[in-house]
Design a protein around this ligand. Structure first.
Ligand SMILES: *Cc1c(COP(=O)(O)O)cnc(C)c1O
Ligand SMILES: [Zn+2]
Length: 411
């Protein structure tokens, strides 16, 4: 694979050749998260704005040249990526922005942005000859992993914390995963999965540490750029748990900048819930992350010990962006707001970035004339309980037109 030059450790900077496959840096251990290093001159010979114009593959695989996989058999996969980028018609105005776009990644096959990472993980697992893939997850990584694995005929062993929403657990069971619901928090779930993966030798899809994961997630940035005709917005806002997604967003724009396909990297706004915001806390202190309780209803970003701090902090710092936290009430409010103004139904973690944009505009971090893309990272149907908490109960009526009229609900 001439396109891939090797690995580079995000901590010590040491470089390693590509293949044998590495999970983390051999000298730094588990904290030594690796970057994939590309040979951009090789990539330029196969990928350009013109080649993409002619490519009718409307999935994330249109960017396969920028992924660390051989790229065979990709047409067998579920259709991942190439999700819509809507220009906001009402929400932007309502929160004080001239130009707002909404990237609806809840429309991926299993309903979240995680499908992008799981697709690459499953492709890699098959390439390497594994028959079982495993991960620990707050829910979406799990369901996306199980879905892509089912489609490609791989077995999956999935570890979820017992608080994972029912919708996500139902997906796992429907996709035939071997589900282990761990009586503990996400940190304990991660540790158990790590031990099991070591013991039984499964392919490891854990997003924090496996370096190919960010390379799938970065396709959301590649799409935003292409959908905006290579002129991305001033800001891109994303909700943050482990930090792998935001790291991927940066990597995607970084690749495009190296390839000369965009002129600047958007400022990246990292958004967390005040109930669990180790990145925001670190940003206000000395930059070092401390273990944090996981007290937020946005379960997908309730990550007290993020596994990918380096890539996440680099994304915000190098892009000139910033960190912001919003309360669970602001998240529920944003769920209603996004649904009512744009018709996009997002889960709590999925809409956290929207709540963050609203708060950032209100506090002057984002200026009204600056353009913004907000990513909705997961579908609201995954977590109906919290959707009802945001939206309330419906009006209950006798099956009688007079009763309906008398209620005064309809005019
Ligand atoms: C996983 C997830 C995130 C955050 O991604 P990280 O890589 O953990 O930072 C945000 N929103 C949703 C819906 C997710 O599933
Ligand atoms: Zn290292």
């Amino acid at each position: 694979m001439k396109r891939v030059a090797g690995y580079r450790c995000t901590i010590c900077g040491k470089e390693y050749p590509f293949g044998p496959e590495l999970m983390t840096c051999p000298s730094c251990g588990e904290k030594g998260i690796l970057d994939i290093v590309y040979d951009y001159s090789e990539i330029k010979s196969v990928l350009s704005k013109e080649s993409l114009k002619k490519d009718h593959d409307n999935s994330m695989w249109r960017y396969r040249a920028l992924m660390p996989i051989k790229g065979e058999g990709l047409s067998d996969f579920l259709r991942i990526g190439w999700t819509p980028l809507y220009r906001s018609l009402r929400l932007g105005k309502q929160i004080g922005l001239d130009t707002l776009y909404i990237k609806d990644d809840g429309l991926n096959p299993t309903g979240s942005l995680k499908d992008r990472a799981s697709g690459v993980a499953v492709a890699k697992a098959i390439e390497l000859g594994y028959d079982t893939i495993s991960c620990s997850s707050t829910g979406n990584a799990a369901s996306s992993c199980a879905g892509s694995a089912a489609r490609l005929g791989l077995k999956s062993v999935i570890f979820v914390p017992e608080r994972a929403p029912l919708g996500k657990v139902a997906q796992l069971l429907i996709f035939g995963a071997n589900v282990v619901s761990v009586k503990g928090d996400y940190r304990q779930t991660f540790e158990l999965s790590k031990a099991a993966i070591e013991k039984w030798g499964f392919y490891n899809r854990n997003a924090g540490i496996n370096p190919v994961m960010t390379e799938g997630k970065k396709t959301v940035a590649l799409e935003i750029a292409e959908q905006l005709n290579w002129n991305p917005t001033d800001w891109v806002a994303i909700s943050v748990g482990d930090g792998c997604t935001i790291g991927g967003v940066y990597n995607g724009f970084y690749d495009l900048l190296q390839l000369g396909m965009i002129e600047r990297i958007p400022k990246i706004l990292g958004v967390q819930s005040t109930g669990c915001c180790p990145f925001v806390d670190a940003d206000h202190a000395d930059g070092i992350l401390k273990p944090t309780p996981e007290n937020t209803l946005a379960d997908s970003i309730a990550v007290g010990v993020p596994r990918n701090p380096v890539k996440a902090q680099r994304a915000v710092k190098n892009s000139g962006g910033t960190w912001i936290a919003v309360s669970d009430d602001e998240i529920l409010d944003a769920m209603r707001l996004l649904g009512r103004t744009e018709g996009v139904f997002s889960e709590p973690a999925g809409v956290t970035a929207t709540a963050g944009v609203k708060a950032a505009v209100a506090s002057g971090i984002i200026k009204p004339h600056e353009s913004v893309t907000v990513v909705s990272t997961g579908s609201g149907l995954k977590d109906v309980k919290n959707a009802m908490l945001a939206a309330g109960e419906p009006f209950k009526c006798e099956p009688d037109i007079k009763a309906l009229e008398a209620s005064g609900r309809i005019h």
